[in-house]
Design a protein around this ligand. Sequence first.
Ligand code: COA
Ligand code: AMP
Length: 294
Amino acid sequence: MKGGKGLYSVRMRAERGHAHISGAEGIFGENDIGETVLAYVARALHHSKGAPDTLELKVELLPRPPALISALPVCTLKTTCPADAKRKAALLLARAGVSERAIGKAFRILSAGRMRGAALLDAAGGERLEPDRKRGVRASMLGISRGAMKSLEAALSEKKLDHPRVKDALVLASKVASADGIAAELCISDDPDYTTGYVAAPALGYVRLPRIKKKGSLEGGRAFFTTKASAASRLARYLEETPVLVGKISEIGDIITLHGLQARHNHRKPGGKKILGKKDRTGRAASGPGRLGR
Ligand code: COA
Ligand code: AMP
């Protein structure tokens, strides 16, 4: 096996009675492995879902140097309740090019919960593309450099968002968004105590959605939407196997309204396209919650 300039993937997963409790991973140089393993063990033993009975740690030399990417820019959307947050999530997904049918399907999958990874859906037709629907696909072999992590923590602290969950999810979503053919991701945590979800997309960044579910709810999961259904297995291989390291962060923004997000994207016009249309400000665009059957 060829070395990855001495970089290792360190992965932890903890379970109790075969039920998954927590997982974490990163990419580190040899000198940081010991400290990381201790931190992961402490995290697993003090998880809000309770103590595990089994803790598995893997330390694996990267087969090749990681691809370097930037983290997605982050903002938090103003939301009032689960219905409002879901309606806004649907609008964002539609703007990222996901069809109403695929959005509806993703929300139904996430409502049912209990997946071990993410559903992979055709952004146009909504068809499930992963071979094992209970497992889904898992984004793995990912991490953030020491320098980028320092900058991220400082920027998140300023917005009172410096929490491991936000950092981990941002790294994961940034790898997913870096994949060829990814239109967007939708995530609702399956942790009954954590009620902030997100929509992430190359064109939108990482948009946090507070109050997307009620406290105590067991719903949750992830959906990845692709515009290249015919290359689904290549995409899954990239997500699961290609080492990717976040080496740079982007803007960590404030709490904004849908209108504010629209103004920001109209101003920047990434890729020369508007991200949110005028209609969206009034909430009349294609995929309101009623149209999603939720
Ligand atoms: N839910 C339920 N079971 C899970 C799980 C999850 N989220 N993650 C792993 N498992 C269990 C499954 O039984 C899996 O077997 P399967 O492939 O048949 O489903 C088994 O663990 C082995 O998973 P695998 O991914 O091969 O293990 P790993 O040791 O290589 O990596 C993780 C484990 C948890 C580190 C990795 O899967 C992962 O999720 N990495 C991203 C972590 C992260 O940053 N998450 C951000 C959350 S905000
Ligand atoms: P969490 O953010 O840890 O609460 O996880 C929410 C949901 O995301 C889980 O229920 C899984 O369905 C899914 N998930 C967890 N880890 C991964 C991963 N590494 N890649 C893709 N999906 C994941």
